[in-house]
Design a protein around this ligand. Structure first.
Ligand SMILES: O=C(O)c1cccc(C(=O)CC[C@H]2O[C@@H](n3cnc4c(=O)[nH]cnc43)[C@H](O)[C@@H]2O)c1
Length: 210
């Protein structure tokens, strides 16, 4: 099985690259898996996947950190994000939001299609995420999006990865570790280090046993 591992920043998978004695490069190939560092955001992600995604891959594994809308999920928890939505894709109509589906221009929600029964996945909760260009940082916008879509996580790339994989017909997984709560912006409370450590430990186990 050949896996394409996709992350926004090299920092998010640095423990994994050190473990497998790999370089810090935007794209590199190994026997079992290739690594693609896309840059932050859905446009950079779709562009990078447009260049590198192909039928040689049996699985795309998107790894990263994410924010959680659910304060009961401990920071550092690793989650399996099985559906992800481009939450900003649509139009404002006074106080209402018209989705891209309502506008008749396509769809905003994508699933992580795969039939994996890997033992590393059994301990992970399956959740719904949203993908944004602007990290939510005011109570008003956070309340709005929670009421409208009831997301558990927020990232800046996830739905773009699922979109590319669905369109290429390639199975995918999106695994993220919670680095922060989605709340009025307070970067001092983010726990990026422990989130990256847990994410990388999970990914090393998964790749070693695949
Ligand atoms: O400051 C650092 O040390 C640092 C190290 C590694 C990565 C980062 C990032 O900021 C990565 C940005 C990445 O994180 C995702 N993310 C994390 N939390 C959220 C959130 O609350 N809302 C949206 N995205 C989030 C996102 O996918 C970015 O690509 C910093």
């Amino acid at each position: 099985m050949k896996i394409l591992l996709v992350a926004a920043t090299s920092a998010e998978i640095s423990i994994l690259t050190d473990h497998f004695k790999l370089r810090d490069a935007a794209f590199q190939q190994t026997e079992k898996f290739d690594i693609l560092i896309t840059g932050v955001g859905m446009t950079a992600t779709a562009f990078a996947l447009g260049k590198h995604l192909s039928g040689i891959y049996n699985l795309v594994l998107n790894l990263g950190i994410a924010g959680s809308f659910d304060p009961t999920i401990p920071l550092g928890t690793v989650l399996n994000i099985v559906t992800d939505e481009f939450s900003e894709l649509g139009a404002e109509d006074k106080d209402a939001f018209l989705s891209i589906e309502t506008l008749g221009f396509g769809k905003s929600s994508y699933r992580a299609h795969n039939n994996l029964l890997h033992s590393s996945l059994s301990g992970l909760s399956k959740v719904k995420g949203i993908t944004v260009n602007t990290v939510h940082g005011t109570q008003h916008s956070i309340d709005d999006i929670k009421n409208r879509l009831k997301p558990v996580t927020e990232s800046m790339e996830g739905a773009a990865v699922l979109y590319c994989c669905e369109n290429e017909g390639i199975p995918c997984l999106q695994i993220r570790s919670i680095s922060n709560y989605v709340e009025p912006r307070n970067k001092e409370s983010w726990k990026i280090g422990p989130a990256i450590k847990n994410l990388n430990e999970w990914a090393i186990g998964f790749l070693t046993n695949s």
